[in-house]
Design a binder for this molecule. Structure first.
Ligand code: S3P
Length: 179
């Protein structure tokens, strides 16, 4: 099977959906942020704080090159992965890119809860976060818009919704189920 790259804004459900798919499918799952942290031996927020964003993007690119060479793999990218260098072109040449699309309201709710581990938004107030999402998402759509496929990921709030979305994803992209 060709590699599948889950892309989309922070909080769009790339890791949630990816992990749930990996439990049900005979496929290798890689969360690119986890992969980077393992290789760097430190957390993303430490990389940003100690080495800066440019160093993080460089590492992200190198790790993406590694994983995009693998077969039968499902990769949950970071929210910024498609937006630097020719990462989007690389992913489109190696596999299928799927943009997870979520309403602004859902992104805001999820990121309010999960902002502490995300250096780009960790220090923002709720109001600033709301505006930041609108602005950055608009800028990032230039890159996200190059995805081969779009999949709605607004409803991933409980186990039942995750299950329903997983089934829809497996059927649509013909993922091999675990025996
Ligand atoms: C980032 C998103 C994060 C992580 C890093 C930068 C971004 O991943 O890669 O904090 O630029 O949007 P998630 O999308 O999994 O939060």
């Amino acid at each position: 099977m060709k590699a599948i790259f889950l892309i989309g804004y922070m909080g769009s459900g790339k890791s949630t959906l990816g992990k749930a798919l990996a439990q049900r499918c005979d496929i290798r799952f890689i969360d690119l942020d986890d992969y980077i942290e393992e290789r760097a031996g430190k957390k993303i927020r430490e990389i940003f704080a100690e080495d800066g964003e440019a160093a993080f993007r460089d590492l992200e690119r190198r790790m993406l090159l590694e994983v995009s060479d693998m077969d039968n793999v499902l990769v949950a990218c970071g929210g910024g992965t498609p937006c630097f260098g020719d990462n989007m072109e690389l992913m489109n040449s190696r596999g299928i890119t799927v943009l997870l699309q979520t309403s602004h309201e859902r992104l805001f709710e999820r990121l309010k809860r999960g902002r502490h581990k995300r250096p780009l938004i960790a220090s923002l107030t709720d109001e600033e976060l709301d505006g930041f999402i609108t602005e950055q998402l608009a800028r990032r759509m230039v890159h996200y818009g190059k995805s081969a496929e779009v999949f709605d990921s607004t409803l991933l709030e409980d186990e039942n919704q995750v299950e329903t979305k997983c089934e829809a994803f497996i059927d649509r992209f013909n993922l091999p189920r675990k025996k």
